[in-house]
Write a protein that binds this ligand. Structure first.
Ligand SMILES: Cc1ncc(COP(=O)(O)O)c(C=O)c1O
Length: 383
């Protein structure tokens, strides 16, 4: 029967991140810098709200777009934090993590043969969905642009077929964010063209030394904003994301969401409401801790003579594999895991434009960072 499987699905590969993490997951004594999720527990008061929801039998379907209290809280959060204004009744959809928001957005706006611009390297969650729609992912090599997906970098790739530009920032895997001026330049250029912006802002609460700016502030009509609680509130397993778009777009995306999942988990929605109200600033403490770790890792990488851009958000360093190591990124990561017992993600997991690099996540304890970086240092000295 396998020959009957839709070719577009057959051709999708398992994410390189998962593939590599699974390979090294059970090696004893391994220090893992592969993790793409916060190492903090979900805040206690948020967990309690989930428990209370079960005890109070809040266990039925909710409105397809999510409970109105949660949509109001999400709308208030966007207004309070980023000065963005979305009507809770018509412009906010509660999704199953940012992942589902990405999926339903693409499935609503893409048609066969349309092109989607993405930075390269990039989080691998977009390309398979684009391909399933018969649309074409067009990666823009941003390595020589200090990993900044600016108008200058993307402009040569914008064609009549371009239907969407994916702007993920702060970025996974580089931690690079775009400045207000860079965003405004993109918005001014795209304004009035038949192009959507998919702004994946899932790391917006984890920025260092600056506040996050959303491109939707300049171009609400054409922008679909993706956000969620996975990273800001350490809630990856609760599966709560948000999609914000103006009414005329959101009403169509909602249909895809409805026939896909009906609604997000009711219990998780109660916990999410607590996170966005009483816990609106919960990310603050985590952000401080990530910043201290970032500074530590930066200093260690520098001391080893390794080249990486300084992340101004999220919790990753994207590090260049030194020239004396004549291995591709996958073989390098494998060698590091086997010889030094440190796991990192090969850059090739983030498109072919990640080749020659590795991603180091600092979503782990300071003690592990210290020990793991000592091991990496020893490994390089021995080469
Ligand atoms: C850039 C980016 N977007 C989306 C996601 C998916 O988030 P969620 O777990 O909320 O689906 C991730 C997860 O690592 C990510 O890094």
């Amino acid at each position: 029967m396998e020959n009957l499987i839709n070719n577009r699905v057959k051709n999708i590969e398992i994410s390189g991140i998962r593939k590599f993490s699974n390979m090294v997951a059970n090696v004893e004594g391994m220090i893992s810098f592969t993790i793409g999720q916060p190492d903090f527990p979900t805040p206690e008061h948020v967990k309690q709200a989930g428990i209370k929801a079960i005890e109070n039998d809040f266990t039925s379907y909710t409105h397809n777009a999510g409970t109105i209290e949660l949509r109001k809280a999400a709308s208030d959060f966007m207004a309070h934090k980023y000065n963005l204004h979305y009507h809770p009744e018509t412009e906010v959809i509660v999704t199953l993590g940012a992942s589902e928001a990405i999926d339903i957005a693409f499935r609503t706006i893409l048609t066969e043969g349309t092109e989607v611009l993405l930075p390269g390297p990039v989080y691998p969650g977009y390309e398979p969905v684009i391909r399933m729609m018969g649309a074409v992912p067009v990666h823009v090599d941003i390595r020589s642009h200090q990993f900044r997906f600016t108008l200058e970098a993307m402009k040569p790739f914008i064609t009549e077929k371009t239907r969407c530009i994916v702007l993920p920032y702060p970025s996974n895997p580089t931690g690079v964010s775009l400045t207000e001026a860079e965003l405004k330049e993109i918005a001014d250029f795209v304004k009035g063209k038949d192009i959507f912006i998919l702004a994946d802002e899932i790391y917006s609460e984890l920025t260092f030394g600056h506040e996050h700016t959303s491109i939707a502030g300049f171009l609400k009509e054409q922008t679909i904003v993706i956000n969620g609680l996975s990273k800001s509130h350490s809630m990856t397993g609760w599966r709560i994301g948000f999609l914000f778009a103006q009414k005329s777009i959101a009403k169509h995306i909602l249909k895809v969401h409805q026939y896909n999942v009906s609604c997000a988990n009711s219990i998780a929605q109660k916990a999410a409401y607590e996170a966005l109200t009483a816990g609106i600033n919960d990310a603050e403490a985590m952000r401080k801790e990530y910043r201290a770790r970032r500074d530590y890792v930066d200093q260690r990488l520098h001391a080893m003579g390794l080249d990486a851009v300084m992340p101004d958000g999220a919790f990753y360093f994207f590090v260049k594999i030194p020239e004396q190591i004549s291995l591709n990124s996958f073989d390098f990561a494998l060698a590091l895991a086997n010889q030094a017992k440190v796991a990192v993600i090969p850059g090739s997991a983030f498109s072919r434009f990640g080749e020659g690099y590795f991603r180091l996540s600092f979503a782990c304890s300071m003690a592990n960072l210290q020990e793991g970086l000592d091991r990496i240092e020893k490994y390089f000295i021995s080469q």
